[in-house]
Design a protein around this ligand. Sequence first.
Ligand code: Z5A
Length: 218
Amino acid sequence: MSKGLFITFEGTEGCGKSTQIAALAEQLRALGHRVRQLREPGGTPIGEEIRHTLKHSKDNHAMTSEAELLLMNASRAQLVREVIRPALANGEIVLSDRFYDSTTAYQGYGRQLDLDKVKTVIEFAVGETKPDLTLFLHVPAEVSAERLRSRQTNLPFVRDRIEEADQKFFERVAHGFGVIAANEPQRVKFINGAQPVEIVCAKIWEIVQPILPKVGRW
Ligand code: Z5A
C-alpha cells in the first residue's frame, strides 16, 4: 500500500503546469517533504527516448494514432514501475506533469480513438497506480496560444509533431479535459489557470495543504 502522495497536473499546452509544479515542489520541500518531479511522456531513460520519437524525431511524420497511444503508454508503464511505485512506497510526494488523463484527452478525444480501448490500454499501463489528486489548469485557447507564442520567441525553434495538429484537434482535447473533470470531481480539481501565477499557486496550496497529513501514513 502506498504511503506517499501522487499528484498529477493536467491541461492544454501552456496552461502553466511546469510553472506550478516548480512552485509547489519548493513549498513542499520547505516543509521537509521529499518531492519527485516527473513529466510525461518521459521521466525515465526509456521514456525520454520514446518522448523523442513521439515529438521531435525527424522520422515520426507517419505515426498512426494507434502507435501514438501505445507509445504514450509504453513510456507510462516504464515510469510507473521504475519510478512512481518505488517513490510512493518510500513516502515521497510525486508531482507529475501529465499522466493518463492526457491520453484520454489527446488520444481519446483529440485523435478520436475508441474511448473504451483507450481506457483498456491505460489500465494495462498503470495497474493500481492512480493519482490521489489531479489539478486541472484550465486556460482558454487564446491564452494558451499567446503563452506558446511568447515562449517560442525566446527559445530556438524545435519541431513538435503533436503541436502540428489542426485547431479542431485542440478543441476536442480541451473538451475532453472538461468531460474528465466533470466526471471525476472528487479526484480532479478545476483551477482557472488564466489568473496570475501567484493566485494559481495559492489556489493549489489551498487544495494540497489539507491532504498533506496523509503522507507517510498507511
Ligand atoms: N501527450 C499526449 O498526447 N498524450 C499523453 O498521454 C501525454 C502527453 C502524457 C507533451 O508536451 C505533449 O504530449 C503534449 C500532450 C501530449 N502535447 N501537445 N501539444 P510537453 O511536455 O512538451 O508540453 P506540455 O505538457 O504541452 O506543456 P507546456 O507547453 O510545456 O506548458 P505548461 O508546462 O503547461 O506551461 P508552463 O511551461 O508552465 O507555462 C507556459 C508559459 O506561460 C511560460 O512562458 C510561463 O512563464 C507562462 N505562464 C505560466 N503560468 C502563467 C500565468 N499564470 N500567467 C501568465 N503566464 C504564465
